[in-house]
Design a protein around this ligand. Structure first.
Ligand code: ACO
Length: 321
């Protein structure tokens, strides 16, 4: 039988081919990735398979991964191995391939021993739609969190543009992570890092080790797709800001490469904090606003220059309306 060589028959968008799912006791929530170029290349096209479907599923508690690749035919043996490309981004020797029964058995066993982080690292709890949620602040070196993070980090490639894996061996990484308190499902997380800031020789020489200042950075911020748009992102951001605003060693809160949705979330949260706490009541009543006041205020509020300008503009518009 002649092989059909029409390229379109053998080409599929990798965003279309990849099916993601989170599985719980009630079934699977299935969704599509936003990006697949970190796995399948810039064009996000896969060539050489007919009717290709790639399934990447996670247990919603342990995030134990499962991969299954299905297709009707493959053009030749030289065609790129889509399963290998995916496995390269997942933790080694941890993924169950094809054998769904073995995967279910494996995560069911793991779930028995799965515990939330220690109560001493609890920073927030809240209720949405009658469900209790908890946010923990934990070092990425904590074994259970490291394991969970290794499994979940592929979501940053799939949902955050230009994301790459962080160096987990660097002990300075901390993670703020939200769980459903009862089901123990991870709702979302953000990786954070604190950079010591050199404030000049005099300050450096006089400061003892307990009096050093740092910039705190939000690196990757992600709410798992099935739980987005319900207020969890807002709660997560607010709890980080609360921790760092009250920490005298943190002088500025920064964000690595925020996208439009994150900017929107941050603007709303920062503006709400500033209005609730009446932090701009001393804003000068004449334009242009005195740059010294702007400088001082930006530092007091621990906001980056760009972010403070956005909030100030929102405040001035709000006052006018
Ligand atoms: N566009 C406009 N507004 C938005 C969007 C959006 N895409 N997403 C949330 N908002 C607004 C909401 O309207 C809400 O405002 P309100 O409380 O006044 O109604 C507010 O932001 C908070 O909404 P949440 O429900 O708390 O947001 P969510 O839980 O969905 O989290 C987030 C938002 C983090 C952007 C989430 O959708 C997500 O993880 N997306 C995919 C990954 C991503 O883009 N991460 C940020 C990358 S940048 C970085 O990592 C630093």
């Amino acid at each position: 039988m002649a092989v059909d060589l029409k390229p379109e028959t053998w080409t599929i968008s990798s965003n279309e081919a990849l099916n993601l799912s989170l599985v719980d006791g009630e079934g699977a929530i299935i969704f599509k990735p936003t990006f697949t170029y970190p796995i399948y290349g810039e064009s996000e096209q896969i060539f050489g398979y007919k009717n290709l479907q790639i399934f990447l599923a996670f247990d919603s508690v342990t995030f134990k991964p499962f991969v299954n690749v299905k297709y009707d035919s493959k053009l030749s043996d030289e065609i790129e191995d889509v399963q290998k490309l995916l496995l390269d981004k997942l933790p080694k020797n941890d993924v169950v391939v094809k054998d769904e029964v073995a995967w279910i058995k494996s995560f069911t066993e793991e779930q028995h021993d799965f515990t939330l982080p220690d109560e001493s690292s609890l920073v927030e709890n809240y209720v949405i739609d009658g469900q209790d949620y908890v946010i923990y602040r934990v070092s990425l070196q904590t074994p259970t969190i490291k394991k969970l993070h290794r499994r979940m980090q592929i979501f940053t490639l799939l949902f955050i543009e230009s994301a790459s894996y962080i160096d987990e061996s660097d002990a300075s990484w901390e993670i703020f992570i939200t769980f459903n308190k009862n089901t123990k499902q991870c709702i979302g997380y953000t990786t954070t890092y604190q950079f010591w800031r050199y404030l000049g020789a005099a300050s450096f020489d006089s400061a003892d080790s307990g009096d050093q200042k740092c910039r705190a950075k939000i690196s990757q911020f992600l709410i798992m797709p099935p739980y987005q748009g319900k207020g969890h992102g807002k709660k997560l951001y607010q709890s980080i800001a609360k921790q760092w605003v009250s920490d005298p060693s943190v002088i500025e809160i920064t964000v690595e490469d925020p996208n439009e949705s994150f900017d929107d979330l941050r603007d709303r949260c920062d503006f709400e904090r500033i209005m609730n706490d009446k932090l701009l009541l001393d804003c000068p009543n004449e334009l242009p606003i005195n740059p010294d006041w702007i400088n001082r205020k930006q530092q007091t509020l621990k906001l980056e220059k760009r972010q403070f300008s956005r909030i100030l503009e929102m405040f001035l518009l709000y006052q006018k309306s």
